[in-house]
Design a binder for this molecule. Structure first.
Ligand SMILES: *[C@@H]1O[C@H](CO)[C@@H](O)[C@H](O)[C@H]1NC(C)=O
Ligand SMILES: *[C@@H]1O[C@H](CO)[C@@H](O)[C@H](O)[C@H]1NC(C)=O
Length: 149
């Protein structure tokens, strides 16, 4: 018994430690942000490009919210597999466009998180209103799991 315990400890460390260090942040899947907006990102192709859809929980307009397409690119994955990325949301229910930029992280608990900033461009009728046509913000996304774990 006395010799078995250190052996088990070493074995469990060997099994667990690589699991943590090898954990990657992968963009593909379903995500929800701090406002309750959801997005689905499809497969990231060999060039780093991806498509998806965005279901916002909030809008700067009075229009009825509709799911809107998004298109983006992920940068080559870095050493820690925590890639930078950007995407554009082409709003289906307004004349606005939002661009997001961010990085996919694995946090200290092993959970994936997307830290993003965005610019929302609204259409204005006159060039004189251009100064007030862009908003900026921050969103944090966590992965949505289809089933409870
Ligand atoms: C986002 O997904 C959650 C969980 O499925 C759901 O409860 C929520 O209503 C969704 N929000 C939007 C804006 O679709
Ligand atoms: C962008 O949105 C407009 C309006 O909904 C649509 O006609 C167009 O096909 C969309 N473009 C892309 C690339 O999704």
């Amino acid at each position: 018994m006395v010799q078995v315990t250190p052996f088990l400890l070493v074995l469990s460390l060997a099994l667990v430690a690589p699991g943590f260090s090898a954990k990657k942040c992968v963009l593909t899947g379903r995500w929800m942000n701090d406002l309750g907006s959801n997005m689905t990102i499809g497969t990231v192709n060999g060039q780093g490009d991806f498509d998806g859809s965005y279901h916002t929980a909030v809008t700067a307009t009075t229009n009825k919210i509709r799911v809107s397409p998004l298109q983006g690119s992920q940068h080559r994955t870095n050493q820690n597999s925590q890639p930078t990325f950007g995407f554009t949301v082409n709003w289906s229910f307004s004349d606005s466009v939002t661009v997001f930029t961010g990085q996919c992280f694995v946090d200290e608990t092993g959970k994936e998180v997307l830290k993003t900033m965005w610019l929302l461009r609204s259409r204005v009728d006159n060039i004189k209103d251009d100064w007030k046509a862009t908003m900026v913000g921050i969103n944090i996304f966590t992965r949505l799991h289809s089933q409870r774990e």
